[in-house]
Design a protein around this ligand. Sequence first.
Ligand SMILES: C[S@@+](CC[C@H](N)C(=O)[O-])C[C@H]1O[C@@H](n2cnc3c(N)ncnc32)[C@H](O)[C@@H]1O
Ligand code: SF4
Length: 378
Amino acid sequence: MAGIYFHIPFCKQACSYCDFYFTTHQNEKEKLLRCMDEEIVNRLPAFHFNEIKSIYFGGGTPSVLSYLEIQQLISKATSTVALMPDAEITLEANPDNLSMEFLTALKTKTLVNRLSIGMQSFHASELELMYRAHNVAESIQAFKNAREVGFENISLDLIYGVPGSTLTSWKANVQRAIDLNPEHLSAYCLTIEDNTRLKYWIEKGRHIYPEESLILEQSELLMEMTQSAGYEHYEISNFAKPNQYAKHNTNYWKGEPYLGIGPSAHSFKGNERSWNISNTKEYILRTGQNKVTFETETLSKIDRFNEFIMIHLRTQWGLHTNKIEELFGPDYLDAFIQQVEKIDKTLLQNNGDLYTLTKQGKHQADGIASSLFLVTSP
Ligand SMILES: C[S@@+](CC[C@H](N)C(=O)[O-])C[C@H]1O[C@@H](n2cnc3c(N)ncnc32)[C@H](O)[C@@H]1O
Ligand code: SF4
């Protein structure tokens, strides 16, 4: 099964914590979209997709595009490779773009059938700290508008571990998200990235990053509240109502191929990974000169094994020893078994040939994965 990712690198303003690739200047939008059309035509055939299972518009802020611009990209891709009848087409959207007018056009004139709305918080003070371009009332109205025009598959993004947050303030955030009854929730622990205003403020002592113990409590509370509300914790940062897993992201986690179009977009096929240049001007320039816009890396067997461990460990479907043997052979399986037996059973549990993280282990997923990584061939 195959997926297509479109990176739309435009944002109204720079959120204080974000280091994704984006620009706040939209003057080259038309040119960029034509270059993305060209990239689809140039690269899609080489991926040999039979059908497209999912399309994902990520960013940046894809909801700054018009419905026509969104549908034009979908049409370009689907005129080359057919779309599966139940394909998932997601648009990441910021609440301040979700007017009734835009949503109605999106629902009736494009094939977008899933929205991922960046709420982040239901507290005005946190939205201000994060320098988001929307207020709480706009976020709630955006969700209601999306429901009213008929979107039946909506995901909300939240962030915990925000400076100044408490267990009580986080509980209110999760409760307000659950009260809206979205099909899916993504909750990310705030990462303090280099070259962000938030990092500068923290270094200057203007804001204090929460204690590790509070972050753990917030994460536990999130797990408890979402479980009681009927969500499955199917990946470290993702929660879904039954059968409402994000198909596009699940494809990433299952190692399915995908093509990423646009500045900074990543692609994956077999044992090859590529990534586009993270610079809109340069992307446009190179496309105009018929030069490649991406770099490619061939993954070694060890790279693929380590990635397999990392990705699968983070999901509720876990790590199957028979799959490890099938994909990597008995030597890799032996090396895995040797390492996995050293891990505390309170962190990683096994049931026959299946290893999954315990509730406690979910807080240490990255550390557990790296202790299972191989450095040299077994
Ligand atoms: C890059 S954004 C793109 C979607 C959209 N522009 C938005 O802001 O919701 C995707 C998600 O990543 C989250 N994100 C970005 N930087 C982050 C950070 N440093 N720590 C945690 N989450 C982050 C955003 O808040 C958002 O929910
Ligand atoms: S969090 Fe979203 S809206 Fe904010 S700067 Fe990053 S991509 Fe843009």
